[in-house]
Design a protein around this ligand. Sequence first.
Ligand SMILES: [Zn+2]
Ligand SMILES: [Zn+2]
Length: 187
Amino acid sequence: MFRRKNKNVCGYWNCSKRIPDDQFLCAEHYEVWQDGLIDRCPKCTRFKDIAYQVCLDCYFGRPVASYKPPVEIPAREKEYKVAYSDAWIDGYHRPDRFFVYLLEVDDGTLYIGHTRDLSKQLSEYRKQGKSTNPGKTFKLQYVQIVATEEAAELRESELRRLILTNPDQIQAMISDFRSHMRKLGYG
Ligand SMILES: [Zn+2]
Ligand SMILES: [Zn+2]
């Protein structure tokens, strides 16, 4: 029996999952890409988290073979981007950075949490949503980078308290965040 082997690997900078010939990212990274959370590294053109200006290899000056996608990369369905800013770049220099995030579900429920790896965390939510409540979507509404886990926990509890005591301020924060991103040319 002839068994076809996938010779391509995922185009995400540090992912080595084998993928079919007609794809350019593994299933997990494809979803994150559809959500606008990963884009191309301007140096090596592989995919990287949008929070970073370049992929980690390029950042450290590791030599990388230039990446040729096996297929033409289609336009993304969603173009919402949480792009990098000076604050994001600062966060990038710290290996112990944490993301404090706020997600909104279709029914308006807000989720607050913190994580070291935003893409991975969002992909977890998506997987959970699929098994417990198909069709449920999570929209990233606010992200902040902090340096330590203690700071992340503190910020998280502040936000939780705000949701209960001052939801208007949460809404204002979300729209500030969006307009800030629009000013940077993303939106
Ligand atoms: Zn991958
Ligand atoms: Zn790169």
